[in-house]
Ligand binder design. Structure first.
Ligand SMILES: [Mg+2]
Length: 197
């Protein structure tokens, strides 16, 4: 992948555009989620309708609270500005919901970079690693798969890119080696990408 030739840039939000404050330990405890389950949304879907709705309300409240405290990752503002100046398409695919996503991007000062149509939340498509939201953005933008990349800090982001046939960048902010194999490029910070653009 030649990052300079990429015209469609898709970002995960939590932990990628913003500093991770999703405290999964707290979320799991407040939802009383079993220790043997590792996918919150998948677990919620497996519950009875009443229980799912009740847990969903708790999850929404926790996530909105976290969204209001969002901070941008170092150098992400500069990176998005440079990509925007080059005329690249910028989008977000998040497993979060639309309300939280809007609150998060605004709190982090990044809302002006993304058109509302280029923000794909869990209301728009099945959650990552399903590639449906990737296909939606490719259609919306009219970009080729080989000119499009998804950047994320978690395996679901990278697998959504692989399943959608686009390039993948692993934002390895925690210096965790485990998902490098899923990525065309691994970076430790956004200024590292700025330097090679
Ligand atoms: Mg993330």
């Amino acid at each position: 992948m030649n990052v300079g030739s990429i015209t469609g840039w898709i970002f995960d939000m939590d932990g990628t555009l913003t500093v991770p404050i999703h405290d999964f330990v707290v979320i799991r405890r407040e939802l009383a989620m079993p220790a043997d389950r590792d996918d919150i949304l998948g677990w919620l879907d497996s519950l009875s309708e009443d229980e799912r709705q009740q847990k969903d309300e708790i999850l929404k409240r926790i996530e909105l609270d976290l969204a209001r405290q969002s901070k941008p990752q170092p150098f992400i503002h500069e990176l998005l500005e440079q990509l925007q100046n080059r005329g690249c398409h910028l989008g977000v695919i998040t497993r979060n919901n639309l309300l939280n996503t809007k609150v998060t991007l605004k709190a982090a000062g990044l809302d002006s970079f993304f058109d509302i149509e280029s923000i794909r939340t869990r209301e728009c498509a099945p959650a990552k690693p399903d590639p449906e939201a990737v296909f939606q953005l490719l259609n919306l933008w009219g970009t080729e798969a080989n000119q499009t990349v998804i950047c994320g800090d978690y395996k679901h982001d990278l697998n959504a890119g692989i399943n959608g046939g686009i390039h993948t960048i692993y934002f390895n902010s925690r210096n965790d080696e485990q998902w490098k194999v899923l990525a065309d490029l691994t970076i430790e910070s956004w200024d590292e990408l700025l330097r090679i653009l």
